[in-house]
Design a protein around this ligand. Structure first.
Ligand SMILES: *Cc1c(COP(=O)(O)O)cnc(C)c1O
Length: 210
């Protein structure tokens, strides 16, 4: 596919799911693609947020194009916090110390990213916060002064559609219960299910560049 094809399909998925037109934002996952390719294949189709999952790659691209909206979707080790200065939204906060470290670094940045909390998806040894821990983690992250806008989840790998949809629906219910409005879920292989379940941000990479 391509960016215009995915955008068109996203609008069709919104209609099919009874969602308002434009209620789902495409986040273009640009990891592994250089700026020339991004400028040729993504930027002509509107001001989309761009998402990276590696600190140094993010730093280099964002330094070259500070005019674009950058998101960080990767797991966050302590040594990556320093690369988040140009980032508007961090999708995968899993532990309170990550928010504390961002809040502290942001004092020197003059700006701070907003955050999403990554929810555990039921797979063994995978990333994310257990559902039962979410209220406690949310309160502790908010105590840093940073803004938590919502939840993020990754579908379990190679799971049947019904199970993926259940993970997305569960995450939507948790966000609703917590009063959080943003839901980052859905990738190239499963974003139609995420739109059905109420995603507000879909993180699509591969399909944009094939
Ligand atoms: C790579 C990645 C995506 C995009 O996946 P595609 O299958 O390329 O669409 C979405 N979310 C995260 C966290 C990723 O690392």
């Amino acid at each position: 596919m391509s960016v215009p094809a995915v955008l068109e399909d996203l609008r069709a998925q919104e209609r099919a799911a009874g969602r308002a037109p434009g209620s789902v934002q495409l986040v273009a996952v640009t990891k592994g693609h250089d700026l020339a390719e991004i400028e040729a294949k993504v930027l002509p189709y509107g001001p989309l947020p761009l998402a990276e999952n590696r600190g140094q790659e993010l730093r280099d691209k964002a330094a070259a194009r500070p005019d674009l909206e950058w998101h960080f979707i990767g797991p966050l080790q302590r040594n990556k916090i320093k690369y988040l200065k140009p980032v508007r939204l961090v999708h995968a906060i899993e532990e309170v110390w990550q928010a504390e470290a961002i809040a502290q670094a942001a004092q020197g940045w003059g700006q701070a990213p907003d955050l999403l909390l990554q929810v555990h998806n039921g797979e063994v040894q995978k990333h994310g916060i257990e559902g039962a821990d979410l209220p406690r983690v949310l309160a502790a992250v908010r105590a840093t002064g940073l803004t938590v806008r919502g939840l993020m989840v990754m579908a379990p790998q190679d799971a049947p559609d019904a199970q993926v949809l259940q993970v997305f629906n569960d995450t939507a219910r948790r966000a609703h219960d917590l009063g959080l409005s943003e839901l980052s879920m859905g990738m190239s292989g499963d974003y139609p299910l995420a739109v059905q379940a109420g995603a507000t941000l879909v993180r699509v990479g591969r399909s944009l560049f094939q």
